[in-house]
Design a protein. Structure first.
Length: 108
């Protein structure tokens, strides 16, 4: 399984300090989407930088090929809703702490 990264940036910089209701809803759906990716074993990690200006997020995940990776990215509710602009990149974890890049254990 190949690894991929999509980088997201807010399309409206003021969203971080004064989010509109639709932005709040889509960001909540985005978070739930990431949790679902994690729960199905596709997500490696996700997060965002913490500076108020120029912030961006990263989603690192596994997908079979570029088409499948692009489908994951475009299905993100905040990307589909245009709250975040996203770019897709092939990626490979080179070094990680023990357990981070290991395959997930089965959830019962």
């Amino acid at each position: 399984m190949a690894q991929w990264l999509y980088r997201i940036v807010p399309t409206r910089p003021g969203m971080l300090t004064a989010a509109m209701a639709d932005e709040e809803r889509l960001v909540a759906e985005h978070f739930a989407y990431l949790v679902a990716l994690r729960d199905r074993g596709a997500l490696i990690l996700a997060g965002r930088t913490q500076e108020p200006v120029g912030t961006f997020g990263l989603v690192i995940f596994e997908a079979e090929d570029e088409a499948a990776a692009r489908a994951v990215m475009t299905a993100d509710p905040a990307v589909a809703g245009r709250v975040f602009a996203a770019t897709l990149h092939p990626y490979a974890v080179a070094v990680s702490r023990v357990g981070l890049a290991d395959p997930p254990t089965a959830v019962s």
